[in-house]
Design a protein around this ligand. Structure first.
Ligand code: 13P
Ligand code: SF4
Length: 358
């Protein structure tokens, strides 16, 4: 089995990552006031925070303190669907808010900034993606969570990095050929591990694509006791040097479980907050990125995740805007691929608290 050629040429839009947002510094008193305001607004709105590991550490801490969740994209989806709150405030990027709306059409889903998108989502527009699917009618369509609602609506399965491997293994075991979108590095990695026959959409994450393999080799020589942790959206030569490859949750768990005193981490550095909380005595080092001239101007921090801050979180809870809307017909189509993943996770105990490999 191998990575197959597509009969049609896929051209993806060029993605320009925005500069990392610069938020005005807050004094200790201003920060305390903002947090108190947010806590009161959460209560008043019967709302709960659902934050990703890549967001600002203060948002993650607030989500923890207020009974919300800080998680990877699989757990964010599950938590939002299971929690009783009528308003979910998703601190992350747009596809995470859309997934919450698809799963909970009756709930109000707020996000601090709807411009917080993702290069994978932007690089996979619904129309060319649909043509890609039409050109491969005998394939099972598996899309990564980092896609629009319209792309999820065209898919048979939605997966996150925490569950992609067992789902593709399961499908390949049934003899199915897979059309994978949009992350080519993750698709290539899954293809290599599972041996599944996969045709890949050529998208990439502007943050993970910038991790550099030669510089990583150099850093590893300087830190021979360090374990290398890599998110599979990174290029193959970086993944090849990893001691652990996996979702954000899997990488955090590795820091707690492994004996190494140091870790070289190839993913968004927002994750350091939870890693350090999990293992305060361990030393965390950023994996080297392209630096100047790199396509991701921020290097190791997603500029769209950076659009979430205490200031606009408070504003969105105060005004009830911006709110995520998903066309109801699209949501009804999309929920099938999303729910299929959650059902599979439930059935196989994947990513449930304390279980599985997520
Ligand atoms: P996780 O599903 O591992 O949280 O990853 C989401 C993401 O956007 C990584 O860049
Ligand atoms: Fe998208 Fe990459 Fe940002 Fe994750 S880190 S949200 S994949 S651009």
């Amino acid at each position: 089995m191998s990575q197959a050629q597509s009969p049609i040429e896929v051209r993806i839009p060029e993605i320009q990552a925005p500069p990392h947002p610069e938020w005005p510094a807050l004094s200790a008193a201003e920060e305390r006031d903002l947090k108190d305001r947010i806590k009161a607004l959460l209560k008043r709105n019967n709302a709960t925070l659902v934050a990703h590991y890549y967001t600002d550490a203060r948002l993650q801490a607030l989500a923890d303190e207020t009974g919300g969740c800080v998680a990877d994209s699989l757990e964010m989806a599950r938590f939002g669907a299971e929690h009783e709150a009528q308003t979910l405030v998703v601190c992350g990027v747009r596809f995470m808010g859309e997934t919450a709306k698809i799963l909970n059409p009756e709930k109000r889903i707020l996000m601090p900034d709807l411009n917080a998108t993702c290069s994978l989502d932007e690089g996979c527009p619904a129309d060319p993606f649909s043509a890609f699917c039409d050109a491969h009618p005998d394939h099972t369509v598996v899309v990564y969570a980092n896609t629009s609602a319209a792309v999820k609506a065209r898919a048979d399965w939605m997966v996150t990095s925490g569950i992609a491997l067992p789902i593709v293994e399961h499908l390949a075991g049934r003899g199915e050929k897979i059309l994978w979108a949009p992350d080519k590095h993750l698709g290539h990695y899954i293809q290599r591990v599972t041996g599944a026959e996969m045709t890949l959409w050529p998208g990439a994450c502007v943050v993970h694509e910038e991790f550099k393999s030669v510089a990583l080799e150099r850093l590893r020589r300087l830190h021979p006791d360090a374990a290398v942790l890599v998110h599979p959206e990174s290029p193959a030569h970086v993944i090849d040097q990893a001691d652990v490859v996996g979702s954000t949750t899997k990488l955090i768990k590795a820091v707690g479980a492994m004996k190494n005193p140091e870790f070289i981490v190839a993913t968004d550095k927002g994750i350091f907050y939870k890693m350090q909380q999990t293992a305060p005595d361990k030393r965390l080092l950023e994996a080297p990125t392209g630096g100047e001239g790199a396509t991701c101007q921020t290097c190791a921090h997603c500029p769209w995740m950076g659009m979430n801050a205490l200031q606009n979180l408070a504003a969105c809870l105060e005004t009830g805007e911006p709110e995520i809307q998903v066309d109801p017909a699209t949501a009804r189509q999309a929920v099938r691929s999303v729910q299929r993943m959650l059902d599979f996770a439930q059935e196989h105990g994947i990513g449930m608290k304390g279980k599985g490999n997520a």
